[in-house]
Design a protein around this ligand. Sequence first.
Ligand code: HEC
Ligand code: CU
Length: 310
Amino acid sequence: MEGFAPKASSYASQWDWFFFVLVTVSSIVVATVFVAIVHFSIRYRRGVNARREPVSETFSNRLEFSWTAGTALAFLAIFWWAAAFQLRDFVPPEGALQIHVIGKQWMWKIQQPNGVREIDEIHAPIGRPVQLIMTSEDVIHSMFLPALRLKQDVLPGRYTYLWFNADKPGVYHLFCAEFCGTSHSRMTGRFVLMTPTEYSRWSAAQPEADNLARQGQALFSSLGCSGCHSKSSSVPAPDLHGVFGNPVQLSDGRSIIADEAYIHDSIVLPEKDIVAGFAPIMPSFAGQVSEEQIIKLVAYIRSLSTERHP
Ligand code: HEC
Ligand SMILES: [Cu+2]
């Protein structure tokens, strides 16, 4: 499938095939119907004394059934193909490199896993799965990476995800694909794919590279979280070690897996999910912490589950 926009992953080529087949099959159907319409409108046009043909004796149930079933199966096959594609988009492989993306009128703010920040540029390595964890600070945006044939809405107050495994280094486009206000059309950027060595060299050379979790730990004390969430605290608040990635029992009987979205909401909407056995005394930090700070706090809380902490 050459002749389309540049491709940076095998997924993109497969997608082009899917698109090509879908367009071809649809065109055949459209052309058939169109020819039939033209044929019948000429043959039975006004003024023509069309013969009334007796109902054909050769009417065949078998023919009717087989063409109906045949087309239905063909389209079900297309559906199955598309569904398989979409399902693949849901679950990133283990160990994906996580890059955070924040949409904002009218720019993309990026945080690399090592704390490097970028504006309107995403640098990513090829040859390994990369996951984008995205949210918006204001309205709905949409992350569009044409070279990967990937697009995902970016919503305020929610995390959405994209993942890819690219195989061709290069500089590609990055667009906002959701009309988000006056300067929407300028909400574009560069999507830079590099070999793993280039990528690590690049990220090591950036200023202010500091571990996200470490920055989160600093925020955790400066915002006063540690005042309640620490062993020495007199306020009964849950210990955050081992929370991330595990089920949490809530006071209303629900049980929920503590993912990014759960931690995010614990910070800005603490009354939404109350941990069983605790009083709803945690203040909301909505308006006091930015989405960027929340990313760091989440990274810190995640590190409490993945690393050994004394
Ligand atoms: C006034 C004390 C207090 C402060 C300050 C506080 N929390 Fe909490 N936090 C609690 C209590 C009590 C709960 C349990 C009840 C609930 O779920 O709201 C809790 C729950 C949580 C949970 C869910 C824990 C679980 O086991 O599922 C997270 C995550 C969390 N807090 C993070 C933070 C962060 C991050 C900060 C700082 C920005 C913070 N908290 C500040 C008291 C506090
Ligand atoms: Cu936008």
